[in-house]
Design a protein around this ligand. Structure first.
Ligand code: C2E
Ligand code: CA
Ligand code: CA
Ligand code: CA
Length: 280
């Protein structure tokens, strides 16, 4: 029994050691991934619900790892946050997405095509980020009024000075904020008045229960009422079927995003599927 116990013990420890090693090597590789051009935005379309026209795209990070293949954010974002690489990744995604959206804005009729890009709380707290964003706006010549930065409510919980400074600088650049996963975080609603919020994104968890779960109906309706009163636009996230799309439209939601409209795909595939048909 003693030998068995010791055996288990050492297996347990070698598994932990292996996991720790994998974590370290992933973190090391992540450090070079930006320089190596392995970090890329995928784009997911966002549509107006009333007339089904294309409004713009959300940029979602992917890591094209040379050995492991295409990695989703869940595989590396936590390490990126812990190691302080998230700011660099956020800026890399934003720069690439801005460049392509700016080029599409040159197409007749697409001057207001929107870009929504995610910023982690760490990026928002980093004083260098506002400088970087200004440079990206200038070098890509994207229309700033068409750019939304997605942040979560949790970002406002510790209302630190550097975060407020970044947000004010972004406002001065003409950018607006979208509150991601709205309704899932803990925060006062005061920030909706104090900061340049233009969009609320209703979290997928509420959209998936529409038509089935009365509580989700109430939550969605309440968010839409609040948004209307504050003159904010609303995007329904995670719309996976026609019933959810129709219900959100009935409730007066402005925009929809989700697998029913389109999955996140590469820039090249987005051009073929969504932009090419609009070229004249
Ligand atoms: P998010 O910002 O809430 O993005 C929406 C997530 O839901 C995306 O997952 C998207 O692929 C997925 N999704 C979209 N439509 C549907 C649907 O109809 N059904 C379902 N089940 N899922 C749908 P993804 O790309 O894996 O991203 C996960 C999270 O990683 C994002 O959640 C965001 O919090 C974070 N993230 C992604 N890109 C970036 C980035 O560039 N910077 C930062 N800081 N975070 C990012
Ligand atoms: Ca988002
Ligand atoms: Ca979201
Ligand atoms: Ca989310």
């Amino acid at each position: 029994a003693k030998a068995l116990g010791r055996g288990r013990h050492s297996t347990f420890h070698s598994t932990m050691r292996l996991q720790a090693q994998q974590r370290i090597s992933l973190e090391e590789a992540l450090g070079n991934a930006v320089q190596n051009g392995e970090i890329k935005p995928f784009l997911q379309p966002i549509f107006r619900l009333d007339d089904k026209t294309l409004t713009g795209f959300e940029a979602l990070v992917r890591w094209q790892h040379p050995q492991l293949g295409l990695l989703m954010p869940a595989a590396f974002l936590e390490q990126a946050e812990d190691s302080g690489l998230i700011q660099e990744i956020d800026m890399c995604v934003f720069a690439s997405a801005c460049a392509v959206i700016a080029s599409w804005q040159q197409i007749h009729g697409l001057g207001n095509l929107r870009l929504s890009s995610n910023l982690s709380a760490r990026s928002l707290a980093d004083p260098r980020v506002k400088v970087h964003i200004k440079e990206i706006l200038e070098s890509t010549a994207i229309n700033p009024a068409s750019v939304y930065l997605e942040i979560t409510e949790t970002t406002f919980v510790d209302d630190i000075e550097s975060t407020t400074a970044t947000i004010n600088a972004l406002r001065d650049l003409g950018l607006r904020l979208a509150i991601d996963d709205f309704g899932t975080g803990y925060s006062s609603l005061l920030y909706l008045k104090r900061f340049p919020v233009g969009v609320l994104k209703i979290d997928r968890s509420f959209v998936s229960g529409l038509g089935k779960n009365p509580e989700d109906e109430v939550i969605a309706t309440t968010i839409l009422t609040l948004a209307k009163a504050l003159e904010l636009e609303v995007v329904a996230e995670g719309v996976e079927n026609e019933a959810q799309m129709k219900r959100m439209r009935e409730l007066g939601c402005d925009y929809g995003q989700g697998y029913w409209f389109g999955h996140p795909i590469t820039i090249e595939a987005t051009d073929v599927a969504f932009i090419e048909p609009l070229r004249q």
